[in-house]
Design a protein around this ligand. Sequence first.
Ligand code: ADP
Ligand code: MG
Length: 333
Amino acid sequence: MNKNPNTEKAKMSTDRKQASGKKIVVALGGNAILQSHQSGTYEEQIANVKKAAKEIVKIIRAGYRVAMTHGNGPQIGNLYIQNSLAGEAVPPMPLDACSAQSQGMIGYFIQQEMLNELSKHNIDLPVISLVTQVQVKASDPAFKNPEKPIGPFHNQKEAELLMQKTSLVMKEDSRKRWRRVVPSPEPIHIVEKEVIKSNIEQGYLVVASGGGGIPVIKKKDGLMGVEAVIDKDRSACRMGIEINADILLILTDVDRVALNFNTPKQKWIDRMILKDAKKYLAQGHFKEGSMKPKIQACIDFLENGGEKSIIGTLFSAYSAIQGKSGTTITKEL
Ligand code: ADP
Ligand code: MG
């Protein structure tokens, strides 16, 4: 008897819900979606997201319940450059609006590639990305000391001219290149938390808090966007805690976490316990603005109910979950 392909497909498909296994927040690095050696074309970003989607679908097929978030460093940097260069033709948008734009663009890439990969496995699962605002404190010390570099590099003369003509703050890096720096305040609350939670409870695949979330402060008359960027690792941790996730999986462009990174004594780490992670953090093994916020996120997640935090690459996410790659951090061994 001939098999009816539609009945076959219906049999294999899920009931539009994820399984009820362990809940995992997967954070995709903005630097992995748009890699430093790439120019940032549409095709490059789609291809990277496609590879990530293959891995994440393996995780879903293994029975985990996945919620996703992503970074936007290189993408918001590019939007900022576009706004700066085209300012005479089109009014430039502030950073909170650029953050919303990047959430829309990257969220769309993820939605499309996840749906494509899910359908290859006959999994009929709704995927939704949510424009997400994240509240920060107006009194956060980061507003007085902006440190997160963004946008194009300048020489000293250009940087000084920009600082004279505008209110922008520019800082020099270790390679004598000047760049605008903006505040990176701590996320205190995910404004759309209830919508995220209810979509996850429905069993849907939710992408939220992209790029660390759109930074907003609470004023007497309501919420207002601010000129800042939130570190996506800190927000991913917040999201993990707020949705009671079991695992936080941070996917970036290095396979593992190293001690004495980029020195002759460099040592890659497979497993770490919480106590040691805190010790290594205090000893300064993790670079400010890149690995340090990831380790801090892993620590906070474990101290607030999380079971396991993992850092690995975008392209071997499934083996990282199995403990075959990446760096796994747990409370005890
Ligand atoms: P993402 O976009 O994923 O957040 P980041 O560039 O912020 O990417 O963070 C990943 C980078 O962290 C790596 O490319 C690596 O250069 C850097 N890094 C700093 N310290 C360490 C460390 N101790 N071990 C591994 N990588 C480190
Ligand atoms: Mg980063």
